[in-house]
Design a protein around this ligand. Structure first.
Ligand SMILES: Nc1ncnc2c1ncn2[C@@H]1O[C@H](COP(=O)(O)OP(=O)(O)OP(=O)(O)O)[C@@H](O)[C@H]1O
Length: 320
């Protein structure tokens, strides 16, 4: 069953002043997230991952395209509908936990908004119990956390408080945007396992936004690989990782650090001029692709289902 459907989503930013250029940060992106599915959105910096998350959250308006949540058009929701209904069901956790806390208030205040908006009638004792068990659920000891100010806690502890707060609502969709990047390796795995457990228990779907292929592989059922605003490959995580077909996915997987191999850039340097790559009519990866043909620079390949639940947008695989 589909929970979220993104159709031909496009976001164009204009950058610079006179003679500025357009950045098609998200360009004709379509995908679905099933109920209880964990989907990784993977790509290097600037590929448009965060913009996709912000569009789904209605933090920014798309230039074109549709977002359907349980079949309803999210772009038509008014402020009240967004606040009372949509954000009750769609929660997000971002990379920088410090930005989400007011340094002047104890961290407990972070829970006020949730209770005021969604559980207004909750009695004091019940509220305390709910907060404490949410904190315990993310591996924190409430006695060590409650009443502290943000500067008295680590980034990892603050991030887990935000995850606890998001999960308190038992959302249908959690958008986790580089949400575990600041955690140390062992806490990171704990939090990933927690997301998996939460999905198993409550059927929460997760859009896991990351530049880290290994984390995406660990947690997700499906993987979407983005390059400069476009989806180049997507499908079952096992298929994308074990049978990568797009030259970009292949390059990414080859560059996953190996302990006894020192990193060396194998592709062609990306464009120096930032706007240039977004004006390419064909495949955005063509200037870096070692296998690019003339056609690749002229025509954008469409996504083709090359095997069940595995799509690739590449002229080498019949795209377009
Ligand atoms: N408000 C904005 N105004 C202009 N350009 C923007 C804006 N937000 C994002 N961009 C541009 O859109 C492109 C995609 O950015 P986005 O943050 O979505 O990428 P990302 O894949 O999430 O990267 P990162 O992992 O570094 O956050 C980038 O070129 C970025 O500079």
């Amino acid at each position: 069953m589909t929970l979220l459907q993104v159709e031909h989503l496009t976001k164009v930013f204009t950058s610079g002043f006179i003679g500025g250029f357009e950045i098609r940060a998200v360009d004709d992106v379509s995908f679905t997230i099933g109920k209880g599915e964990i989907v990784s959105l993977v790509g290097e910096s600037g590929s448009g991952k965060t913009t996709v998350g912000k569009l789904i959250l209605r933090l920014i308006q798309p230039t074109s395209g549709r977002i359907l949540f349980e079949g309803r058009d999210v772009l038509e929701f008014g402020k009240k509908e967004l606040k009372k209904n949509y954000y009750r069901q769609v929660q997000a956790v971002f990379q920088d936990p410090f930005a989400s806390f007011n340094p002047l208030h104890p961290i407990d205040r972070a829970f006020d908004l949730v209770f005021n908006s969604y559980f207004p009638g909750t009695g004091r004792e019940e509220r305390e119990n709910m907060i404490n068990s949410a904190l315990e659920g993310v591996g924190l000891n409430p006695a060590e956390i409650r009443g502290k100010y943000p500067h008295q806690l680590s980034g990892g502890q603050l991030q887990r408080i935000l995850i606890a707060r998001a999960l308190l609502l038992k959302p249908k969709l959690l958008i986790a945007d580089e949400a575990v990047s600041m955690l140390d390796a062992s806490t990171r795995i704990d939090v990933l396992n927690l997301l998996g457990d939460f999905r198993d228990k409550y059927g929460t779907s997760v859009l896991f936004v990351t530049h880290d292929l290994a984390l995406g592989y660990y947690i997700s059922d499906s993987t979407i690989i983005m390059y400069r605003g476009t989806i180049v490959e997507m499908g079952d995580t096992e298929k994308v990782f074990h049978n990568p077909l797009h030259p970009y996915t292949q390059m990414l997987l080859e560059s996953v650090p190996d302990l006894n191999v020192r990193w060396e850039f194998k592709g062609i340097e990306p464009e120096k001029e930032e706007g240039a790559v977004y004006s390419i009519q064909g495949c955005r990866y063509a200037p870096r692709c070692p296998r690019a043909k003339e056609k690749c620079f002229k025509f954008r390949p469409g996504l083709v289902e090359v095997e069940k639940n595995h799509w690739v947008a590449c002229h080498l695989h019949g795209g377009g």
